[in-house]
Ligand binder design. Structure first.
Ligand SMILES: Nc1ncnc2c1ncn2[C@@H]1O[C@H](COP(=O)(O)OP(=O)(O)OP(=O)(O)O)[C@@H](O)[C@H]1O
Length: 282
């Protein structure tokens, strides 16, 4: 825990996300009747906070708990223990208020698939109170920046590839200007050029819209390029929270060249980021 985290309080307006003692377990029942159900601890007593305006990364291997954390923060899952607040609102008791403050972008982005990108984005923007003449032009410009041309804008989304739908989800987050943007693996499955477009838009979103961004990834380069601070999750436990530079410094050995973020991850968790942890009981 950093000095700031030990001094901050959940009511502090400069704190966007406040997580204290957060624990979530799942019971995995085997199809074979004789074997005992297994309890998987997806999140184990997490405590951290994210400052308003930060781009905060959650880095962890498959099954380390990243999506579970995002789902708790977006009010889709109820934690077993502990609390989580978004700008002071409790994600369980004040879920309605939290929903108005967040926008979650994930692979299972929900759209009206038979409607076009333009129709979906007009609907979402109006839901967030955006109207007026400039809206259509903004939608065209935002999609254009992500490489979706004017000729594709009126096509039904069901005809878009997964990567293109992911871009429309990111455009939606940009157009609706949420205060907290939860990005769950936003560039997975995108080609390198599209990845760079998305990353540029994330930076712009923070700069122009006073957004706080929580980004789950297992892409080390992306985490390093985008994040002010990174939390490393390992089997549901928080092993470190710090700037990329300080995480790397933690893994430095006297006389050796300065470690990469990948080496820092290995030193802090004891395994490589690609390690498959899914299904391991906590
Ligand atoms: N709905 C669920 N029911 C049962 N177990 C679950 C559920 N959701 C997650 N888990 C388990 O919780 C653990 C953490 O999963 P989670 O999806 O949060 O990890 P992750 O870090 O997001 O992984 P990935 O990078 O593969 O998306 C895993 O062991 C997973 O099997």
């Amino acid at each position: 825990m950093t000095m700031l985290e030990s001094l901050a309080s959940p009511a502090d307006p400069t704190i966007a996300v406040w997580v204290e003692g957060l624990t979530k377990r799942f019971v995995h029942r085997s199809l074979l009747r004789r074997s005992e159900p297994q309890v998987v601890t997806a999140l184990e007593n997490l405590t951290f906070s994210v400052e308003r305006g930060e781009i905060f990364g959650i880095l962890g291997a498959n099954g380390s708990g990243k999506s579970t954390l995002i789902r708790v923060l977006s009010t889709l899952l109820i934690p077993d223990r502990g609390t989580a607040r978004v700008f002071g609102c409790d994600v369980v008791r004040e879920a309605g208020q939290v929903k108005r403050l967040i926008n979650r972008v994930s692979v299972e982005a929900s759209f009206f698939k038979r409607l076009s990108a333009m129709e979906n984005l007009l609907y979402a923007s109006r839901l967030y109170g955006r109207h007026g003449r400039g809206l259509r032009a903004d939608i065209v410009a935002t999609l254009g920046r992500l490489g979706i041309g004017a000729d594709q804008i009126d096509q039904p989304l069901e005809e878009f590839s997964r990567g293109m739908q992911q871009k429309v989800a990111i455009a939606r987050a940009f157009l609706t200007s949420p205060i907290l943007l939860l990005l769950d693996e936003p560039t997975t499955g995108l080609d390198p050029r599209s990845k760079r477009d998305v990353q540029a838009l994330v930076h712009q979103l923070r700069a122009e819209h006073d957004a706080t961004i929580l980004l789950c990834t297992h892409d080390l380069d992306e985490a390093e390029a985008l994040c002010d601070r990174i939390a490393i999750l390992d089997r549901g436990r928080l092993v470190a929270v710090d700037t990329p530079e300080r995480l790397k410094a933690m893994a430095a050995r006297p006389g050796a060249s300065s470690p990469s973020l990948e080496e820092a991850f290995l030193a802090l968790t004891g395994h490589a980021l690609e390690a498959e942890l899914a299904g391991k009981p906590g």
